[in-house]
Design a protein around this ligand. Structure first.
Ligand code: DGT
Ligand code: CA
Ligand code: CA
Ligand code: ZN
Length: 571
């Protein structure tokens, strides 16, 4: 996504947050939030768009379009600046706690003069929030939990933020270098990224370093030299750039991709082979002579290993598998024939059915499911009539897409007992049903396990959506006996989703790997709510790869007839 889109979306989201602190109109606030999501998810760069262009973005009306114009012209939004000035920085700092709403942030500031996160934690421990209206023991627990989540997330960013930044930097530096790419945890597709590592190959590092520090979003140059330069961006993210001679490219890329654990293992193997492997290259241990290794493949070959996909490089058994030549053939985005989870503006999506289907066709998919939310998620106001009307629209639209089979589905809500929204007859009318936990996240492990098992046993539930329901940095995964759930999924022929949303990546990789061993099948979906979200599929694929999935493990790599047989479950 374009950086401008993200920045404008952040500002509009902040506007919504600031308005809710000052007691703004709820309807307006939700409109801003929706617009922020739409702008972040819009596939085209908003910078340079005029009023008419901006208004074509779903959920963006005249008033919001004007604010974005303001951003395009000045780099900020006037109203945001005004509100920032009115609201104490301390209150704004408190609203960063995921479980503390703006109203409560304002209350603790006004009543107790608390203006920072550590102060708030301290006050809770000292019992100073007791007696404050609306703050029970449960609220206190929630706030402490929120502070915990925030600390765990630390300074790390979600993968899409890092990926977009890396893409922009690589595009800017590539013309100056023989090679240029990202390495580090981003190349391994870890779910959060500490800092971005960029690697370039050239005999002339100077101009590359200069171009790097001159990039428009650089706020600080932390360190600069001919080998390595580090900067900090406007969003607070650090980027390390290393420039290496072309003949060391393979070894350097291998080194800076990591992980550290993987590198320790490869270095040991090198030592045993009479070699020395470091960030400077691959050398003969005896003569110290550089062994030219322009590619990673050459490095691994010298070590007697097949090339190891970066997503496996965690010292999680990949070295052992490589030594036996038993690395899995990992699933890729090209293997995916379909997407089984997406939303339109009939519920909380921001694009129309027609637009979402056009985007799916552009991805070259063979089948595509529209799965808007079911009625029990009350905010979405779904009804039987609306759902059936959409089904008609889908059938009509099908005529325009001879190469793309449209599936009409829904995303059901798994209630606390494991039941879902509609009765069996109505459910039978859908081509595919995703079922997800959207409420009662804090059930006990036993209750939650039973809930998932019952959902799997429902013959109309095909895919469990974002199974742990976590939001990275915001909401912990639900507690279940996962092995029990996985056995139920495998036994009933219910797929588990790998949701590609950067703040979900759910199932997480470690659980994917466990589930796979128990015979579970998976569906890698975008859960797209906007046109731009289709691009997120790469993060779902990365997560699936980190869970060692092969194409056969993933039902939406299968031809449609095989998929349809799976969707019939045991009936
Ligand atoms: P991050 O930034 O925390 O998300 O994770 P990484 O893996 O990107 O870590 P980073 O940026 O500190 O270093 C990039 C890679 O460079 C790392 O994956 C492996 C390599 N590396 C860095 N320092 C060391 C080290 O002290 N020993 C070894 N063996 N490798 C290192
Ligand atoms: Ca890094
Ligand atoms: Ca680094
Ligand atoms: Zn969904």
């Amino acid at each position: 996504m374009a950086r401008a889109n993200d920045e404008a979306a952040d500002l509009i989201q902040e506007l919504a947050d600031l308005l809710s602190i000052t007691g703004g109109d709820g309807f307006k606030i939700r409109a801003y939030e929706k617009a922020a999501r739409a702008i972040a998810g819009h596939p085209d760069d908003i910078s340079g768009m005029d009023l008419a262009g901006l208004r074509k973005i779903p959920a963006v009306g005249e008033a919001i379009a004007k604010k974005v114009l303001d951003y395009n012209a000045t780099g900020t939004i006037r109203q945001v600046e005004d509100l920032r000035a009115q609201i104490p920085a301390g209150v704004r700092a408190l609203t960063a706690i995921p479980t503390l709403g703006p109203k409560k942030a304002l209350a603790v500031y006004e009543e107790l003069g608390i203006s920072s996160v550590p102060e708030l934690a301290e006050a809770i421990k000292e019992g100073r929030l007791r007696g404050l209206k609306g703050f029970g023991a449960k609220t206190e627990d929630n706030i402490l939990h929120g502070i915990d989540l925030m600390r765990q997330a630390g300074e790390r960013v979600l993968i899409d933020v890092a990926a977009d930044l890396a893409e922009e930097i690589v595009a800017a530096l590539s013309p100056l270098a023989e090679r240029c790419t990202h390495a580090g945890s981003l190349r391994r597709m870890r779910e959060t990224i500490g800092d971005v590592d960029i690697l370039a190959a050239s005999t002339e590092p100077r101009p590359i370093m200069e171009a790097f520090t001159a990039l428009p979003f650089v706020t600080d140059v932390i360190a600069s030299g001919d080998k390595k330069t580090s900067i900090r961006t406007t969003r607070g993210l650090q980027v390390d750039l290393r420039v290496v001679p072309p003949e060391s490219w393979g070894a350097a890329l291998q080194y800076f991709t990591g992980s550290q654990g993987h590198n320790i293992r490869t270095r040991e193997i090198a030592v045993r082979a009479g070699l020395k492997l470091s960030e400077y290259g691959l050398f003969s241990a005896e003569s110290g002579e550089l062994i030219v290794s322009e590619t990673e493949e050459e490095v691994y070959e010298r070590l007697g290993l097949p090339w190891v996909p970066p997503t496996l490089r965690e010292d999680g058994g990949e070295i052992e598998a490589a030594l036996k030549n038993e690395l899995p053939r990992l699933v890729t985005a090209q293997d995916l024939r379909g997407d089984l989870h997406s939303h339109t503006d009939l519920t909380d999506g921001v694009a129309t059915l027609e637009e979402m289907v056009a985007a799916a066709a552009e991805r070259g998919l063979e089948y595509y499911a529209i799965t808007d939310h079911a009625p029990n998620l009350f905010m979405q106001r779904m009804t039987d009539e609306k759902m059936l009307a959409q089904r008609e629209q889908v059938r009509e639209l099908q005529a325009k897409y001879p190469d793309l089979t449209l599936l009409h589905g829904t995303e059901l809500n798994i209630d606390p007992d494991g039941e879902v929204d509609w009765d069996a007859d109505f459910l039978a009318g859908f081509d595919v049903c995703v079922a997800s936990v959207h409420s009662a996240f804090t059930q006990s492990q036993a209750e939650m396990t039973r809930r998932f098992v019952r959902a799997c046993e429902n013959p109309h539930v095909h895919v469990i959506g974002h199974p742990t329901a976590r939001l990275i940095g915001k909401r912990s995964p639900v507690d279940a006996d996962w092995d029990e759930v996985f056995r139920a999924a495998a036994r009933t022929g219910t797929a588990l989703e790998v949701d590609s949303f950067p703040d979900r990546l759910d199932l997480p990789a470690d659980l994917i790997r466990r589930a796979r061993r128990l015979g579970v099948k998976f569906s890698i979906d975008t859960d797209a709510h906007a046109l731009g979200h289709h691009r997120n599929i790469r993060y779902g694929v990365g997560t699936a790869q980190r869970g060692w999935l092969t194409p056969d493990d993933v039902i939406n790599t299968w031809p449609l007839d095989r998929l349809r047989a799976f969707l019939r479950k045991r009936s």
